[in-house]
Design a binder for this molecule. Structure first.
Ligand SMILES: Nc1ncnc2c1ncn2[C@@H]1O[C@H](COP(=O)(O)OP(=O)(O)OP(=O)(O)O)[C@@H](O)[C@H]1O
Ligand SMILES: [Mg+2]
Length: 459
């Protein structure tokens, strides 16, 4: 006789596993992803430059509740019943015709579980409105896997959704009550980074009443350069394979940091390297920001490992389709499409690490290269480079790249470095003799010795 054994999951285990690897701010980004997807489904301007214009999401703390509200079209009653609240999407193909970011059907619920024990979702579409409540006791009862849904009169002026999360978990409570400013600032920064493209395309996000400003995605460029040779220009790769578009752009965001800046980590955040490295964008979402690891080619093949002197190198790889890790703020680096992009990213990075290294002994001369350069939006930079300056990659029409012809040093009379080590007593004696000050810096003493002899033989 065959009997069955129960494999019914324990809620406690399920919820714990689900929320273990995500941070508070990632949970909020999950909820925002849904708002943006809602806007994408609703917008009538899908192909315009600002498809999200007019859509917003607000995050606020009020009366012990974390509230996320939006005007992004709301949740249709039918899908609410069928799939929206399911733990995992039973119909993975439902949105496949749209470039929505939602994939697994878990993000919203994972965010609820991460933050607290109670939740209320109120949603309104053109047709009607409903409310779903998750009570504080739900997680303790292993047999109850339903949440009550109630039809209500339309509560909002526009179609949209409000999610209220309360009965916060201890750690969330501590963070939101004791370290509120820090946590909200971090969240603000995280949104500014991960949603920079979406914000630029018209979406508005407020965190505790403060509008989030998108992080710049800019590169140095000389808009008046007629001939883009011998200038600091970016490396660009573009490909279009069926419906997948890939674009890789890398250049500089400022002059190479000086050794002092690198050493002292001067308070110019770009030189601290926060923004430097690679940013990867998938479908308008920034999934990786400022990466300086082998994930984006640093320290692999012929690209050096990232160090402070490369703090001005900034690259953006952008694709309409990239396999993402399940938290969606990371990519599946083994995918073919990423491997293609990565080989181009590596080629581009090398051009700029070589440039940085070659100009290292010429820091004074290097300064003039940056004279007329301005930071410009990457899209604009790419648009300004004429098509004829692009070359085909592997002889394929749908794959082209632009190789910058970066300024080179005059190699006829190259610079060489002299390094000297001497006894302190002798250096002081020379310092006294040359400058009548035995405290003069050893480097100045050495330089003056060199210059004096040079002047003697070459008057
Ligand atoms: N603010 C919202 N506006 C409109 N629809 C929403 C909103 N929040 C959630 N939804 C609906 O609920 C569904 C489930 O959301 P959930 O985040 O759990 O999964 P997903 O977005 O489909 O996939 P993923 O796990 O990859 O995020 C969404 O697909 C969407 O249809
Ligand atoms: Mg989602």
């Amino acid at each position: 006789m065959t009997e069955t054994v129960s494999v019914f999951p324990s809620k406690h285990f399920f919820v714990d596993m689900l929320t273990r690897d995500i941070e508070f701010s990632e949970a909020i980004l999950d909820l925002l992803d849904n708002c943006v997807d809602g806007a994408r489904r609703t917008t009538k301007k899908r192909h315009s430059k600002t498809p999200y214009q007019g859509f917003w999401a607000h995050i606020e703390l009020k009366d012990g509740k974390l509230i996320i509200s939006d005007n992004c079209g709301g949740i249709p009653r039918e899908t609410a019943e069928k799939s929206v609240f399911a733990l995992g999407n039973p119909d993975l193909e439902s949105d496949s015709h749209l470039a929505t970011f939602g994939m697994y059907g878990i993000g919203m619920k994972r965010a609820f579980f991460k933050i607290g024990r109670s939740a209320r979702v109120i949603s309104q579409t053109a047709e009607g409105a409903f409310e779903v409540k998750i009570s504080k006791d739900w997680p303790t009862n292993d047999t109850d896997w339903n949440w009550p849904l109630t039809d209500i009169n339309k509560p909002f002026e526009e179609a949209g959704t409000v999610i209220e999360l309360s009965d916060w978990h201890e750690s969330v409570k501590r963070d939101l009550l004791q370290f509120q400013e820090v946590v909200l600032n971090e969240l603000w920064y995280s949104i500014a980074t991960h949603y920079t493209v979406i914000l630029k395309k018209g979406f508005q996000i407020m965190v505790a009443g403060k509008a989030v400003k998108p992080k710049p995605l800019t590169l140095l460029f000389n808009p008046r350069a007629k001939k883009p040779t011998q200038r600091i220009m970016p490396y660009i790769y573009k490909a279009e394979i069926f419906d997948v578009k890939v674009r890789v752009v890398v250049g500089l965001i400022g002059p190479t940091p000086t050794d002092d800046e690198v050493e002292e980590e001067l308070d110019w955040h770009r030189h601290k390297g926060e923004d430097a490295g690679w940013t990867i964008i998938c479908n308008d979402h920034v999934v990786v920001y400022g990466d300086k690891t082998p994930l984006t080619g640093w320290g692999e093949e012929r690209v050096p490992r990232y160090s402070g002197q490369f703090g001005a190198i900034f690259g953006v790889a952008d694709s309409t389709k990239l396999p993402l890790a399940s938290t969606k703020r990371d990519i599946d680096s083994s995918s073919d499409i990423y491997q293609i992009a990565k080989s181009m990213m590596t080629e581009g990075t090398r051009i700029f690490t070589d440039f940085t290294n070659k100009w290292k002994p010429y820091r004074e001369e290097e300064k003039v290269l940056y004279d007329k350069l301005q930071l410009m939006e990457i899209d604009k930079v790419v648009a300004k480079i004429p098509k004829r300056d692009f070359i085909e990659v592997r002889g394929l029409q749908w794959e082209t790249k632009y190789l910058p012809d970066l300024p080179k040093q005059n190699e006829d009379n190259p610079k060489r470095q002299i390094k000297l080590t001497h006894r302190q007593l002798e250096i002081r004696t020379l310092a006294e003799f040359l400058f009548e000050d035995h405290e003069t810096l050893p480097s100045q003493v050495g330089l003056e010795c060199f210059n004096r002899v040079l002047r003697e033989i070459k008057p």
